[in-house]
Design a protein around this ligand. Structure first.
Ligand code: IPE
Ligand code: IPE
Ligand code: MG
Length: 238
């Protein structure tokens, strides 16, 4: 791989895995089949990102707003999650660090335990960091960060004059990750849906119109990486 190519790779990719329901609907299947197929795409894309040398990749699996879906669908997603947590364990053998972002206290106890164990067991791995956003909402994350900073200031552990953007970043779920520099969303929706609001301040966005998440392939990732490499990022400069 040429040097410029490596330098133009994103350091952190965020992926909004959208379109599972529509994928199933197109085939006359219940929505949960779309989620199952989406989980397969997740596995494929994680492996490919690692192969490509992406150091950090975060997948949006379940938002704080997704609880508003019918109970049957939420239950189906949670039971898939349980299954997949065992599967994700295999990534550990591949030197991948797993970090869950979001409020896990609202999830079933056994799911929480599996998440904690996975994070603990993979904390020293360095090839890639795999972020999985479950019961994640960017606004909730920012609110919680503000609250915990306020608490530290009130208790005297933190000096108000020391609170800056770096302090704030350190209070987010993503404190161990670089800011996201590429966000990919398939399915034809052109919105952020409460994903990585703080972290995406200077992210490039790639919305893919003609692809639903379960069909997302290595080729689509290549297309996104090529497009990212062509973008001219200015960060407010000239
Ligand atoms: C994304 O697919 C998965 C989750 C939000 C859990 P959707 O379920 O949103 O699929 P569409 O957008 O309805 O097609
Ligand atoms: C975003 O997709 C959340 C995940 C992919 C987990 P949604 O399908 O929930 O987003 P909206 O409702 O279309 O904005
Ligand atoms: Mg959707």
């Amino acid at each position: 791989m040429a040097k410029e190519r490596i330098e133009s790779l994103p350091k952190h990719i965020g992926i909004i895995m959208d379109g599972n329901g529509r994928w199933a609907k197109k085939r006359g299947l219940p929505r949960k089949f779309g989620h199952r197929q989406g989980a397969k795409a997740f596995r494929k894309v994680v492996r490919y990102c690692k192969e490509k040398g992406i150091r950090c990749c975060t997948f949006y699996a379940f938002s704080t707003e997704n609880w508003s879906r019918p109970k049957e669908e939420v239950d189906a997603i949670m039971s898939l999650m349980k299954e997949y947590l065992d599967e994700v364990r295999k990534y550990i053998d591949e030197d991948v660090r797993v970090i869950f972002i979001g409020d896990r206290t609202k999830l079933d106890h056994d799911i929480q335990q599996k998440m904690n164990a996975l994070e603990e067991d993979s904390k020293d791995f360095t090839s890639m960091t795999l972020g999985i956003a479950v019961n994640y909402g960017g606004r909730a994350e920012i609110t919680n960060a503000a609250k915990s900073i306020a608490q530290e200031v009130a208790s005297g552990d933190l000096d108000l004059s020391m609170v800056d953007e770096h302090t704030f970043s350190q209070h987010l779920y993503t404190s161990q990750m670089p800011d996201v520099d590429l966000i990919i969303r398939p399915s034809g929706e052109y919105r952020i849906s409460n994903f990585l609001l703080w972290q995406s301040a200077y992210a490039e966005f790639i919305f893919m119109k003609n692809i639903l998440w379960p069909d997302f392939s290595e080729k689509d990732m290549d297309k996104a990486l090529d497009e990212f490499a062509r973008r001219n990022r200015r960060f407010g400069g000239v």
